[in-house]
Design a protein around this ligand. Sequence first.
Ligand SMILES: C[S@@+](CC[C@H](N)C(=O)[O-])C[C@H]1O[C@@H](n2cnc3c(N)ncnc32)[C@H](O)[C@@H]1O
Length: 203
Amino acid sequence: MLNFFDKDPLVETSELSNIDRMDAVSAAHISDRGVESYEEHLGISIKDFIGKSVLDIGSGFGRFVREAREQGVKVTALEPNLIIKEKLRDYHPKEDSVAGLAQNLPFKDNSFDAITSIFAVPVYLETSAGEYDRTFREIVRTLKPGGTAYLWPIFEKLMTSKQFNLIREALADQAEIELRITRKDDERFKCIVVTKKKEIEGN
Ligand SMILES: C[S@@+](CC[C@H](N)C(=O)[O-])C[C@H]1O[C@@H](n2cnc3c(N)ncnc32)[C@H](O)[C@@H]1O
């Protein structure tokens, strides 16, 4: 963990209080973007993910998850509201839908070829609680070597923040974190692309 987060009193935030806060803040904002919208925002082609294992963080009602599965992508949905919103379960694909938070991903190391997240991470993370640091570490941990995460959008405030640069530096030996313009119509919002470095043979 980075030292400056240790001094932060909010670092004690428990998972339960995270869920309470998240419920209050985001329940009204659950959205339901499909494959086409994900391709546009993340600058990806779903065809490149066919046969691969993908984690979608903050999948909302799960339209992307359902559509991508129909096209042959093995998508796991992660959505904290599955814990508290029984209604959401009616919409969500039953298979491989997991209730949980990005800050504490309930998956083994090296599980996914790719991770996607739209209007969830990092948007809903609490800056003062060290959640960026935990989330980026979790993303890198659960990606397979050579795997890539696409997170949209990053706002100006985070992009230029001390936290973000420290996270990039702290993870530099494990992953490359770059910012890409994916929406040519609105260059203010960039996509964070995290590529986990391949393991060097013999190490
Ligand atoms: C605006 S919705 C986006 C849903 C979907 N990705 C889409 O674009 O249609 C944001 C989602 O992120 C989820 N979320 C918020 N904080 C999260 C966290 N810390 N970890 C994982 N998901 C989170 C919310 O429950 C909500 O469903």
